[in-house]
Design a protein around this ligand. Structure first.
Ligand code: MLT
Ligand code: MN
Ligand code: ZN
Length: 310
């Protein structure tokens, strides 16, 4: 059995974003609190007792408080069910939550060498002392099994693979920590499989292009979490919210030719869920035309706290 908890489904900034007066953020602040969403992360477990986070969002503290699955064990003075964090990129909204995990509990950070180099170059992450918090490199196309705190097997196999994306936004045009030359590994997708039941799903919260190779990988999957940042590529510019396009941030649009909805149609994917949905995205509004189109195509946008059992 594989348990998956959506800790947060929003893109960087969350919904509402602290400085945003867009229609979605305004509605979320005032009469539509159901629109509120924290920044994207999921928790996974094969045994229900030990959990692994996929990315550590800046909202992690709030997410742990809201998730009984992640609370300290009854009767323990200090304990956390969180055994590890798998990082799929080095963006602020994927790594900043690590700083909330600094109170001495042991866990392992799994990340591509490019991403681990970013952590190493930012000395504030030294609050996660190496005695307690090991950093384990992972490579594209090399499956690994995250370990429980006592070193035993978790029963979960994770296969990372490179997807078209980008280096973290704050590092564009900057010297890259670790001195690596290419961007393979800056954005990973994951296949996550329960070794006992063989149930699996995919996690791609960032992806700029759906290649034919990616289509055949995802075909027939029981569950895919996919990049839902923007409805259309230029929506932030068109609505006066900023100058970034989806593509400049390494994110595919939901709609349009070669968008996520069209690209992943007809592949026999049983359940399709958007994550990393930006507050500029009109599909967040139930009753919007965009939301209706998305749902007709078999997609969902989850509420924070949604648990799925495979
Ligand atoms: C992204 O996912 O592209 C980032 O969160 C962008 C950003 O930090 O602005
Ligand atoms: Mn992001
Ligand atoms: Zn907004």
């Amino acid at each position: 059995m594989l348990r998956v908890v959506v800790l947060g489904a929003a893109a960087g900034g969350g919904v509402p974003q602290w400085n945003c007066g867009c229609p979605v953020c305004r509605a979320a602040r005032i009469e539509h609190s159901e629109l509120r969403s924290t920044q994207t992360s999921i928790a996974i477990s094969a045994d229900g007792a030990h959990w692994f986070l996929v990315n550590a969002s800046p909202d992690l503290r709030q997410q742990v408080i809201a998730s009984p699955q992640l609370h300290p064990r009854e009767g323990s003075l200090r304990h956390s069910p969180i055994a590890g964090v798998i990082l799929t990129n080095g963006e602020v909204d994927a790594v900043a939550g690590l700083l909330s995990m600094r109170e001495g509990s042991p866990f392992i950070i799994y990340g591509h060498p490019n991403v681990l180099a970013i952590l190493k170059a930012n000395t504030i992450f030294n609050v996660l002392g190496e005695g307690n918090v090991k950093r384990q490199p992972i490579e594209a196309d090399q499956a690994f099994e995250p370990k429980l705190p006592d070193g035993s097997e978790s029963g979960i196999e994770i296969l990372p693979f490179a997807v078209t994306g980008k280096v973290a936004w704050y590092l564009r045009d900057k010297a890259q920590p670790g001195g690596r030359g290419d961007e393979v590994g800056d954005t990973l997708g994951l296949r996550i499989r329960d070794k006992t039941s063989d149930k699996y799903f995919y996690f791609l919260a960032a992806c700029a292009v759906v290649s034919d190779e990616l289509k055949s990988r995802l075909a027939g999957a029981p569950l895919v979490f996919f990049d839902g940042t923007v409805w259309r590529d230029d929506e932030m510019i068109a609505s006066g919210l900023g100058s970034k396009t989806g593509q400049s941030m390494g994110h595919i649009a939901m709609s349009g030719k070669n968008g996520a909805i069209e690209s992943l149609a007809g592949l026999g994917i049983e359940r399709k869920i958007f994550l990393h949905v930006n507050n500029s995205n009109p599909a967040l509004l139930s009753g919007s035309q965009e939301r209706a189109t998305l749902e007709r195509a078999g997609w969902q946008i989850p509420r924070d706290g949604t648990e799925i059992v495979l």
